[in-house]
Design a protein around this ligand. Structure first.
Ligand code: FES
Length: 119
């Protein structure tokens, strides 16, 4: 079972392959934003990796990060917890001014089909 460490929060066991965005909410209890519902559109599910950053990313994540000129972050809705990882939760509901954190993401990475590319 992979371990997810969230800086300043703790370390949590996560079911193999669980979406990171859901593990942040459900295992770590983080008020993680996911405004687009986990569809690689909004980038509010962003995290910074401390360790264990996956070498591959979905084509959808790569495209949206490039389109917005974002570097140094990853989209937690596009990452499966398949090994130990440590992150900083940098995009949270508290203080965001939003009415909610966003629609609950599906259990599986969206959009389908998932195409994996090099980071
Ligand atoms: S990009 Fe919107 S929740 Fe991940």
């Amino acid at each position: 079972m992979p371990k997810l460490t969230v800086e300043g929060a703790g370390t949590y066991d996560v079911p193999q392959g669980k979406r990171l965005v859901l593990a942040l909410e459900e295992e770590a209890g983080i008020d993680q934003l996911h405004a687009c519902g986990g569809n690689a559109r909004c980038t509010t599910c962003r995290v910074e990796f401390v360790s264990g950053e996956p070498a591959k990313m979905t084509a959808a994540e790569k495209a949206v990060l490039a389109a917005r000129g974002l570097t140094g972050i990853r989209l937690s809705c596009q990452i499966a917890c398949d090994s130990d990882m440590a992150v900083r939760a940098i995009s949270r509901f508290a203080g965001s001014g939003r009415v909610d954190a966003g629609k609950k993401p599906e259990a599986e990475i969206q959009p389908q089909p998932v195409e994996w590319v090099e980071k």
